[in-house]
Structure formats: structure tokens, C-alpha cells
Unconditional design. Structure first.
Lengths: 549, 186
């Protein structure tokens, strides 16, 4: 049996493709290496997601288990083969992928984000490039993506937003108390906070209930199905009867012969291997595992695995006299875009840069007690500190998702020695931030500290992930980025010598091998990649079915 | 009866956790049953399904089924990973493809031994001195003590919710959740 398409990965990208292809009458098989906790066979909710801090934040419930599927990390080849082996940027390996653990912030990119090289120009030692498509090409698919997964937001609230063809499908949900305080302070500083576009239902939507503000959102699967993880698209695809979802199935190789993908080799839960024959192969395993699979399959391109981007995260947290109950609500309800605007002039040139950009600033704080306790010292003062909750209920501030410039030296390749449980080489991450990120972080951190002082914080502290040149790979000054926003490793473009895939996500020279995750992003902007990768996957899928030319 | 510890190890571990999270006007690690939590983790595979992942979607504390009380079955690969973490690789080829893995059981056996057989009867400042003398083990013990103090009680600690009550944390609130007013107002 040869299916019309086999899709590697059941996250937001793969699910979007499955939805479009099955609606067009195609038969698809969705392969997912992790377990299915999202949906039962009849499409009803699984029962594994829960308000369980231990299971989700300490016990690898959503996978991967870093003992079974480690990654390795080094800052540069000067560190030798590797500096660290273990958990490096693990996006969940479970049905629903990265959509499951995120708190669902789903901003669009802006027009300029697709044309950075032509609008702002290049920067030394970075591979800044325009996308082969523009915002106008993607706008209809952004709108479709927002309807598909269900996004709540206020279309008029962000003065810096890109143009939109229509409103959000749902209004914003309940604003968090602490976010109201920092929003008011941000406005006093001339900033423009607005309700975070969020893939969590504010009203019943698509047969799923409204979010009930349980607070276990970021890092957790939603127990009531109110989150815009890919549950909607997966349900629709399965309901056609033309999609088969196969969890616990690990793809070991894409088979390509004579310039055509023929299918994939898979390892089943019982350890046996099989071949899945398909007319099209869609890779949607994320911007680390997709290039790893391509490398394991012997595919070659000089840019394959290069230009790996995260977001350079700047954390600015302040301590408040009153309790702010950050555990009530959907983790983040306020953001502002002011720091995504390019900074030029003396602030940039004084740092040796023509321009720099920060990123989306989320108003956020820590929510749960195990995480709090781990940063409270042990001993006689432990309980008084926990009672006051200096590091949870009285701590609140900002996380900036800073733009991370693409650099050819930041890359995914195969570790020469470390293997996964299947005996295959693991992904090795070689990564160090560009000076641009450090300059932007310091510039905007100072602004954020001033806002926190206005908001009433009696002290505030700044740290970043990664910590440049940090060598403590397991502590808070680690050079390993904790951002789960992964992008850029199979860059898209019109020139097959400088890009791996074309503007339709098709591998240059292998027309029926397409990429449908955030690997094709030429640049990463300062916004979480989920909505943009879903929009891009919808467009890529329409390219396959021939409905869009 | 402990599932993993010897009675002497159990007593040393209990006394050590009591220094990390002491009893004051409210129960500490002792009252929360933190040592039972740790013993239950190290002996997770002495029951089936193993005591790794509580079920869901709710505990029943705010309505809904008591799903947390039934632990989830692991796949063979998941079981391999958790046995490696808890038991170590034990010289087994199928656990050592990247080299030997030291498990928590061995780290506890060695760490508790280093604290000394007389630990639980030593003076409190002497107990603290010994804990500071083995920082790697104490760091592991503290991670697990925090889990046992503040995780859902189905995992064996946080007995009668004493870890959540003294900090005013409601815990797992599904399916009730919080009202919009509780989110937006003080």
C-alpha cells in the first residue's frame, strides 16, 4: 500500500498538513515517536494530562527522556566534540508535539520580519536573509491558522501589529492580576501592552470548552482540551477516515532514490522495522530532529543543519510587596511589541551594529511550588521563605523573546559518538549567540527594570538564556539555550545553492520531500514560531494539493 | 516497611530530610512523609504499574474522578529509561550503549553511608556540617525532598496536603479552575 503522504511528526506543523491533505481527499499516515496522551481512538480526550507539577516538569512525561534520546551541545568546535550530553532543548515528543506544552502564545510575525535583509541590511558574521515569500503571501494562512487551532486576541489592541484580514476567532481571556499591574506601569513608560494572542479558548470553540484558568498551562498538557494544541486539526484529519495516526513509531530513515522520496523506514514499538511507502514525504519533526533525520538519511546540502536559531531570552523579574497569585490564569495574558522595533542610531552604532532588535516581551512570573522550592535554600529559613513566597507569589516581570540572528556556524549535526536508544547518532548542537543578541538584551533589560520599579517592585534582577560563555551546563548560567523556539536549519529560498528547500517547503531537487515545521525559517523574528510555522505548513500543504499556485 | 531502604538507611534519610525542610509551627519533611516519597521513588518498580506517572485528568480534590490515584503503565522504552535512572545500568549491555549510568539507588546507598550510621542521633549542627560535606548528594536529596514536600500526595509525600497548606497553595484545581474574578482581582 502506498499512501498519498506520510507525515513525520504530529505537532502543530504535521497536524496542519494532515488536516489540509485529508480534506482534499488524500490518504495520510502521521508518524509520531512519542505516546498519544492527547486523543483516544474515538477522538475524545485522553486522560493523562493533569495539574501535576511533578509529572510534567520533573519526570519527562511529555518526553523525550534524555537518557534514551540525549543530545549533545558545544558552544563552538573549540569545546571539542562536545561540552555536554543530556537534555538540550527538548520539545515534547508526544502526539501534539510542541503544541502540547506551550502556553499557547500565538503572535503573528510582522511585515518587516520577512524582509530583514532588504529593509534593514545585513550584519557582519550573520546570514540575515529575506524570506522567499512575504507577509502578504502568508496572511490568508495566518487567518486560517488562527481559526484552525483557535486563537483568542484583540485585533485592535497592538499598534505595531501587521495588517489582518479579519478579527481573532475569540476575544481575549481573563487578564491576570499581575499582568494588569505591569501593563499599567509599561504604559506609563510609553510602551504598548496588549492582550497576548493565545491559543486557549476564551469561549467554547470548535467543540471544546473555554479555558477555566487552572494555571497549569506553560509546560503542561491541557486536561480539558481548551488549548490550541493541534487537537482540532488532528481530530478533523482523523474524522475523515483517511488519516492514520501511529504513535510510538520512530522514523529511522527517509528513503530517497533518483531524486524522489519513496517513503520512510520506521521502527515499531516491538523493535521490528518496516517500510512505509508514500507518494510524498512530509518532515515535521522540528528544527533539530528534522535536520537530524535528513542527515541520518544521507541527504546532503551545504546548508543542511545550519543557521539554527533559538530566541535569546532575557528574564527580568521584580519582587513585590503584595502577593500576585501568578498561578491563577493562563501563564501569560499580557505582552508588548515595543522591543521588536529596530533600534538604529547611536545605541546601535556605538555597539558596532547597524541595527538591533529585541523581541516580544511577555509579562510573566513563576507559578508552582516545586519550582519555587528548588531555588529556595534548604535549612532553617526554607519554610519562612516559602510562606512569604518571595520567589513565586511575589515575583513577577518580563521575558523577552529576543531575535536570534542566523549564523552558519550555529548548527545541528550528528554527534560522532553519542547514540540514542535505537543506536542512531544523536543531534549535536553547536551554538553561540551573536553580539547582536547581547546588545539588544542589555538595552531592553534596562527598560524592563525601570518599568518594574514603576510597578512597585522593591528589587529586580536580570538574567539571560543562554548565558554567553557560561560553562556551567546544568545551572542557571548555562550556555545552552532553554528557549524551546527552534528554527532555521533547512532554510527556504529560491536559490538552491544557499537554501535547502524552496518557497513551497520542497527540498530543492526532491520535489516530493517537503518540510512543514520551523526548519525553513530564514530568520526567526522576536515572536514564538508556532503560529507562523502552522501558517507556513498550511500554505505548503495547499502547494501539494495544487489548490494554490 | 521500606520498599528500597534498609531500616537504618530509612532513618538516616528521614533525619537528613528533616534538616533540609525542618518542622516549625507547621509540619516539615517529617510530617509530610518526604522519606516515604523518596523510598517510594527508589522502589518505584516494586509495584505495577510503577510509581512514576500518576494518572489524570483530576485528583478528585476539586471534583472529577480520582485519576491521580491510579499510576500509568509505561511502555517498554519508558520503563528502560526509568530503570536506568533509578537502578543505573548495572553492567547490562542494553543500558550502556553510551557508557555506564549511575542510578539513584546507588547514589542514595553511597550518600547515606557517607552521612554516617550515627547521623540521626548526631547533634543538629553536626548533621548540617555532614550535609554540607557531601554537596552533590545533598543537592540530589534536596531535589527529591522538594518533590516529596510539594508534589501531589498520590506520590507518597505531601501527606494530608501539609506541603500545600502552609504556603496557601490550592494545588490541582481541575475541573473547577479559577473564576475570571479570581484571576484578575487580588
Amino acid at each position: 500500500v502506498t499512501v498519498d503522504a506520510v507525515i513525520v511528526g504530529s505537532g502543530p506543523g504535521g497536524s496542519a498538513v494532515a488536516d489540509v491533505l485529508t480534506a482534499a481527499g488524500w490518504s495520510v499516515i502521521i508518524l509520531e515517536k512519542g505516546r498519544n496522551h492527547l486523543l483516544t481512538e474515538d477522538g475524545s480526550l485522553g486522560s493523562g494530562f493533569s495539574n501535576d507539577e511533578l509529572k510534567f516538569t520533573r519526570r519527562h512525561f511529555l518526553g523525550p527522556d534524555p537518557l534514551l534520546e540525549p543530545r549533545s551541545f558545544r558552544r563552538s568546535p573549540a569545546d571539542g566534540d562536545r561540552l555536554f550530553v543530556g537534555e538540550v532543548n527538548s520539545v515534547p515528543t508526544t502526539v501534539g508535539g510542541g503544541g502540547v506544552h506551550a502556553d499557547g502564545k500565538t503572535p503573528r510575525f510582522r511585515e518587516i520580519d520577512f524582509a530583514l535583509a532588504s529593509e534593514l541590511g545585513g550584519i557582519d558574521d550573520a546570514t540575515v536573509a529575506d524570506w522567499p515569500i512575504g507577509y502578504d503571501d502568508l496572511e490568508p494562512f495566518y487567518a486560517e491558522a488562527e481559526r484552525s487551532i483557535g486563537v483568542s486576541g484583540d485585533a485592535s489592541a497592538n499598534p505595531f501589529a501587521a495588517w489582518r484580514s479579519g478579527p481573532y476567532p475569540m476575544p481575549p481571556g481573563a487578564p491576570m492580576y499581575a499582568g494588569l499591574i505591569t501593563s499599567a506601569a509599561a504604559e506609563q513608560h510609553g510602551l504598548h501592552p496588549y492582550p497576548a494572542p493565545t491559543a486557549a479558548n476564551s469561549v467554547p470553540y470548535d467543540g471544546r470548552p473555554a479555558c477555566n484558568n487552572c494555571g497549569f498551562c506553560s509546560y503542561y498538557g491541557c486536561p480539558i482540551g481548551a488549548k490550541g494544541d493541534p487537537i482540532g486539526p488532528l481530530r478533523r484529519a482523523l474524522a475523515t477516515g483517511r488519516a492514520e495516526l501511529r504513535p510510538e513509531t520512530f522514523v529511522t530513515r527517509v528513503v530517497v532514490r533518483n531524486g524522489r522520496a519513496e517513503g520512510v523506514e520506521i521502527r515499531l514499538p516491538d523493535g521490528t522495522d518496516e517500510f512505509v511507502s508514500a507518494r510524498h514525504v512530509v518532515l515535521a519533526a522540528g528544527a533539530i530532529e528534522t535536520p537530524r533525520l535528513a542527515l541520518l538519511s544521507g541527504l546532503e546540502h551545504p546548508m543542511l543543519g545550519r543557521n539554527l536559531m533559538f530566541h535569546f531570552q532575557t528574564f527580568v523579574l521584580g519582587h513585590f510587596a503584595q502577593r500576585l497569585h501568578p498561578h491563577k490564569g493562563r501563564s501569560v495574558t499580557h505582552v508588548h511589541d515595543d522591543a521588536v522595533l529596530p533600534v538604529t542610531g547611536p545605541d546601535a552604532t556605538g555597539a558596532g551594529l547597524p541595527w538591533f532588535r529585541g523581541g516580544l516581551v511577555e509579562h510573566a512570573g513563576p507559578a508552582h511550588p516545586i519550582g519555587e522550592a528548588l531555588i529556595v535554600p534548604w535549612g532553617a529559613d526554607h519554610k519562612d521563605t516559602m510562606r512569604r513566597s518571595d520567589f513565586r507569589e511575589r515575583l513577577w516581570g518580563f521575558i523577552m523573546q529576543g531575535e536570534d540572528l542566523p549564523q552558519a556556524t550555529n548548527r545541528v549535526d550528528l554527534d560522532p559518538r553519542i547514540r540514542d536508544v535505537h543506536g542512531l547518532p544523536v543531534a549535536r548542537i553547536t551554538y553561540a549567540p551573536h553580539r547582536h543578541e547581547l546588545v539588544a538584551s542589555a538595552h531592553h533589560a534596562a527598560v524592563m527594570q525601570r518599568v518594574l520599579a514603576t510597578a512597585g517592585a522593591d528589587w529586580s534582577a536580570v538574567w539571560t538564556s543562554p548565558t554567553p560563555n557560561g560553562s556551567d551546563t546544568t545551572g542557571s548560567s548555562s550556555p545552552i539555550p532553554i528557549s524551546r523556539h527552534l528554527m532555521g536549519t533547512l532554510r527556504m529560498g529560491d536559490d538552491p545553492t544557499t537554501s535547502v528547500c524552496d518557497r513551497w517547503g520542497r527540498w530543492h531537487g526532491i520535489e516530493n520531500l517537503v518540510i512543514a515545521d520551523s526548519s525553513p525559517f530564514p530568520t526567526g523574528a522576536g515572536y514564538g514560531p508556532t503560529l507562523t510555522l502552522v501558517a507556513l505548513a498550511l500554505r505548503t500543504a495547499r502547494g501539494l494539493t495544487g489548490l494554490v499556485q | 516497611v521500606p520498599e528500597f531502604f534498609t531500616p537504618a538507611e530509612y532513618e538516616t534519610c528521614r533525619a537528613a530530610c528533616a534538616r533540609l525542610i525542618p518542622t516549625d509551627d507547621d509540619p516539615g519533611a517529617d510530617g509530610a512523609g518526604v522519606v516515604e516519597y523518596i523510598d517510594g521513588l527508589l522502589g518505584a518498580f516494586s509495584v505495577q504499574p510503577p510509581r512514576i506517572w500518576a494518572g489524570g485528568p483530576t485528583s478528585g480534590r476539586f471534583g472529577g474522578p480520582k485519576g491521580f490515584a491510579e499510576f500509568m503503565t509505561l511502555t517498554p522504552l519508558e520503563e528502560l529509561g526509568w530503570r536506568m535512572r533509578i537502578e543505573g545500568s548495572l553492567g547490562l549491555a542494553e543500558r550502556e550503549w553510551n557508557g555506564p549510568v549511575v542510578g539513584w539507588q546507588q547514589r542514595y546507598r553511597e550518600g547515606l553511608s557517607e552521612l554516617g550510621a550515627d547521623f540521626s542521633t548526631a547533634a543538629l549542627d553536626e548533621q548540617d556540617r555532614r550535609l554540607h560535606a557531601v554537596p552533590d548528594f545533598t543537592a540530589l536529596l534536596y531535589e527529591h525532598a522538594c518533590e516529596g514536600m510539594y508534589a501531589a500526595p498520590e506520590y507518597g509525600g505531601n501527606r494530608e496536603l501539609v506541603g500545600w497548606q502552609y504556603i496557601g497553595f490550592a494545588g490541582d484545581v481541575q475541573p473547577r479552575g479559577y473564576s475570571d474574578a479570581e484571576v484578575s482581582e487580588l
